[in-house]
Design a protein around this ligand. Sequence first.
Ligand SMILES: Cc1cc2nc3c(=O)[nH]c(=O)nc-3n(C[C@H](O)[C@H](O)[C@H](O)COP(=O)(O)OP(=O)(O)OC[C@H]3O[C@@H](n4cnc5c(N)ncnc54)[C@H](O)[C@@H]3O)c2cc1C
Length: 343
Amino acid sequence: MSEAGVQKTDVIIIGAGPVGLFAVFELGLLGLSAHVVDILDRPGGQCAELYPEKLILDIPSRVKITGAELVQDLMAQIAPFKPVMHLSRMADKLEKLENGHFRVSLDLGEVIEAPVVCIAGGGGSFTPKKPKLERLEEFENKSVFYSVRKMEHFRGKNVMIAGGGDSALDWTVNLNPIVSGMSLVHRRNDFRGMQATVDQMYALVKEGKVALNIGDIVRLNGDGGVLKSVTLKNAEKGEYDVPTDVFLPFYGLTMKLGPIANWGINIDSNKIPVSTENFETSVKGIFCIGDMCEYPGKLKLILSGFHESALMAHGSFHYARPNQKLKFEHTTSSSNIQAKIGG
Ligand SMILES: Cc1cc2nc3c(=O)[nH]c(=O)nc-3n(C[C@H](O)[C@H](O)[C@H](O)COP(=O)(O)OP(=O)(O)OC[C@H]3O[C@@H](n4cnc5c(N)ncnc54)[C@H](O)[C@@H]3O)c2cc1C
């Protein structure tokens, strides 16, 4: 950190999917620091969000590994390089500065500057699926939120969470200690989340700390964006109102290219063409790796992204250390690398 409020690093990585995470490692081997930005509240991209419990069978030397385990191991592998993680943040704007460096502004106000930007945006930023409810827009970002970006925001509130997956269950459990009241609504009494979290949620219901409602959401009630109650409906009770200050629907996520589309980089059908020599885009100093990059023969595989990370790191070095010569070293024989990683 130097100028007030501006954080400085060697490389800003957009996307904390498996490829963005491994990029931290490859950059770290060359002595380059990284900040990683992701709109999701946890690292891992598609592995964490779409298939955490499924087995991946084509990661070299890992005979089988779940999506969640791969993310956990990647986080352990990059830990020695101390990346700064900006989770629950959208990388919103990119500007080129007079000194040739880039300034990336995040949607919650942080500003990061670096000589290199590495886009590892995968299928795009994860964007929430919204419930089909009248007047929804009137309440959005005032009383209706699709993610928990600051838990403190919900302290002392009467919160209703909707959904039956991991996010709905995680936030039911995690927010419970700080809210004044909590209800969980889902269509069926059948939850898709991790069994341990499902059990924790049922325990909170038993203790009277969560009111579980099985049924449909009919309407939002309130004025000027201030929610008063949510009307629910089920076969047993018909329509009934639940007093609510904050409504958090967790109905899953879709992926959209998002703000990257406005960064002045050549884009072809939502993909960023790159040179296969170093994975640089049409803008010097901006690289793209993983599912979002495009070149002849590109395979959307994690292992391809890992290879792309290594070449991107070597390409980045020349921008981050223009006066130094890059020395290629194997991890097995480099005492310098072993000292960094503690091998
Ligand atoms: C069901 C399923 C099974 C799969 N099985 C396999 C398999 O067996 N083997 C295999 O190799 N691959 C598999 N894949 C593909 C693999 O998951 C992808 O190739 C891999 O996730 C790509 O990694 P990535 O880091 O490029 O992108 P992603 O994992 O998509 O991560 C990109 C991240 O960037 C973030 N992001 C984008 N734009 C912004 C922005 N502006 N600001 C903030 N954050 C942003 C997104 O939120 C996301 O978290 C599978 C995919 C699916 C869906």
